[in-house]
Design a protein. Structure first.
Length: 261
């Protein structure tokens, strides 16, 4: 069987920046083990698979280790391919997902806006071994939703962290968001998720489902500008809108090809 495949750098306007995702359009679902093997072979943070269903698309995401419940950058990348390579002619795409409900992506020029669920994090105790695994720097606040979120005083604190990924992978949690007020933005973040086969995710839409409600409350405003300060770096324009978060970013196509299974 021959399938098309695309690779896109999301949340950036520069090749080799942002977060790379693979996109595989399907006419009908492959088995989950087949999709997992393709994701392993791609060896990217996420591979997205989608099928058309009337006026919407069904969408699933796989890391090299597992099928994940929510992914922002691969959703943006999928929308970018539908708009630019597959001739989707409306301004809004609706994606139905297994665990995150219906997600939409709206195009405005070269900017794509994702409409995702807000996932406010709540204060929690520090899991045993987490501070040592994250690099030894004590945060000023720790919260939890799907992922743990550590809040630091400065952007420099976030940039200086050098996690022990083997130790992080042993802690019973999905991932760890680290964040602080930004020097040239409202906030910055990094995201570590070795349990899913990704040591540091370059730019993470799902993490911003936690970050946006937190920083909107802290800063007293609903419109926010953010950078994820990984080595590849990503830029997001964010808005808290009730129980939803809007994340806007750009994308660049890197690869168009075929795979054989």
């Amino acid at each position: 069987m021959k399938l098309p495949i695309y690779q896109v750098d999301a949340f950036t306007d520069q090749l080799f920046g942002g977060n790379p995702a693979a996109i595989v359009p399907l006419k009908e679902w492959l088995s989950a083990p087949q999709m997992q093997k393709i994701a392993v072979e791609n060896n990217l943070a996420e591979t997205a698979f989608f099928i058309p269903q009337g006026d919407h698309f069904e969408l699933r995401w796989f890391t090299p280790e597992l099928e994940i419940d929510l992914c922002g950058h691969a959703t943006l990348a999928t929308a970018h391919i539908l708009f630019t390579a597959l001739n989707y002619d409306k301004d809004v795409i609706h994606f139905h997902t297994l665990k995150a409900g219906t997600l939409s992506v709206t195009r405005n020029g070269d900017l794509y806006t994702l409409d995702f669920p807000s996932r406010p994090a709540i204060s929690c105790a520090i899991p045993q071994g987490l501070i040592e695994a994250i690099g030894g720097k004590m945060p000023i606040e720790i919260l939890s939703s799907r992922d743990h979120m550590l809040v630091y005083e400065t952007e420099a604190d976030v940039l200086a962290l050098k996690p022990d990924f083997a130790a992080l992978a042993k802690i019973d949690m999905m991932g760890v968001i680290v964040t602080a007020k930004g020097d040239k933005s409202d906030f910055v973040s990094r995201f570590f998720i070795p349990a899913a086969g990704i040591n540091e995710d370059p730019v993470t839409g799902s993490a911003h489902c936690n970050l946006i409600p937190y920083w909107a409350e802290k800063l007293g405003k609903n419109n926010l500008h953010a950078f994820q300060v990984s080595a590849r770096r990503g830029e997001l324009w964010c808005e808290l809108k009730g129980d939803r978060v809007l994340m806007s970013g750009k994308a660049v196509t890197y690869l168009i090809g075929e795979i054989y299974i």
